[in-house]
Ligand binder design. Structure first.
Ligand SMILES: Nc1ncnc2c1ncn2[C@@H]1O[C@H](COP(=O)(O)OP(=O)(O)O)[C@@H](O)[C@H]1O
Ligand SMILES: [Mg+2]
Length: 315
């Protein structure tokens, strides 16, 4: 296993990008017409913004894409002067072997307003020779004069089934067997973020030959739903020590945080009352304790002591 799978399985062309079909269709028109306006890609992390920008540049610029493509990462120094100088130096030269040049600025929402205004002036200056692709998480953090100069593409979190398929493909390509439940669990916790999903898959794979649900829970450090179920049952039926053992095991061996524990207990209790497995009166008593515990943990109290006190209240 060499290097991170997120890089190894980064799509190299527009065709390989999972989901985002409407966006890809719109972008392919630019490839066919050999021209494109300034673009802005917005959306949450890990859904393909950077990957799409690179693939698009390759498709539009063809064999000469490297000479005609400038990428300015968020990690590069990006004060006003650096932006200006980099862009000026790059745009001074005529495009070679391609109709125009592309400048890609990743994570523009991290740039100061002043730097954004400088960027906007450069965008105006070089409209004839260069197109800009900007990416950001929130378009609201970008100044209006830049937004109004760009065609905006809103990337959505990826669909569970799309991530599922991709993870199965990667696991098989790497020669791993996997439990379907393991993949489903990753998809559930990744919330539409492909980067997170692939990273979780790789971490879970490093635990053994088969990617199992247990390995996934170890990686995400959330409690297994059946453990929480047992814990609540034991506490409600008077087995305090049994419940306390599950609590300790989950938090110590598994590394589940106090916040995650209290959320998962809340979810379990809510589920029971909705399924008519718990009386409304009991639920109302418990939720008060859960709310208190949640508050105290957030305020910085010792989570294990608070959670044990909560279990005592369940009795
Ligand atoms: N739509 C997608 N299809 C396939 N892989 C993806 C997709 N989105 C993200 N990935 C995976 O996650 C990694 C990070 O994606 P990236 O394009 O940098 O996300 P963003 O810029 O939206 O945060 C990629 O290298 C790739 O492995
Ligand atoms: Mg990115």
């Amino acid at each position: 296993m060499i290097g991170p799978w997120v890089e190894k399985y980064r799509p190299q062309s527009l065709d390989d990008i999972v989901g985002q079909t409407q966006i890809i269709n719109r972008l392919e028109k630019y490839v066919n017409e050999e021209s494109m306006p300034n673009l802005m890609f917005t959306g949450p992390a890990g859904v393909g913004k950077t990957t799409t920008a690179l693939s698009l540049a390759k498709a539009v610029l063809g064999d000469y894409w490297k000479q005609n493509f400038l990428e300015l990462n968020a990690s590069d120094a990006r004060g006003i002067d650096t932006v200006r100088n980099n862009i000026k130096n790059f745009c001074r030269l005529k495009p070679v072997g391609a109709p125009f040049r592309i400048i890609f600025l990743d994570e523009v929402d991290n740039m100061t307003k002043d730097a954004q205004h400088a960027l906007r002036r450069e965008m105006e200056m070089y409209t004839k020779t260069a197109s800009f692709i900007l990416s950001c998480n929130y378009s609201s953090k970008i100044i209006d004069p830049i937004q109004s100069r760009c065609a905006i593409f809103r990337f959505a979190p990826l669909k569970g089934e799309d991530i599922n398929k991709r993870l199965e493909y990667i696991a098989s390509s790497e020669g791993f067997e996997f439990d379907e439940e393991a993949i489903k669990t990753i998809v559930y916790f990744a919330e539409g973020d492909m980067r997170k999903s692939v990273n979780m898959l790789q971490s879970a794979a490093s635990e053994g030959e088969v990617i199992s649900e247990n390995a996934v829970y170890d990686v995400v450090s959330k409690a297994r739903p059946e453990d929480i179920n047992n814990l609540v049952t034991k506490a409600l039926t008077g087995d305090f020590m049994g419940a306390r053992n599950i609590l300790r095991e989950t938090m110590v061996l598994h590394g589940t945080s106090g916040e995650d524990m209290i959320n998962q207990i809340y979810q379990e209790v809510s589920r029971r009352v909705m399924d008519d497995k718990m009386e409304g009166k009991v639920y109302m008593d418990l939720i008060e304790g859960i709310a208190d515990t949640d508050f105290r943990i957030r305020e910085g109290a010792n989570p294990r002591i608070q959670l044990e006190a909560l279990l005592a209240k369940f009795l």
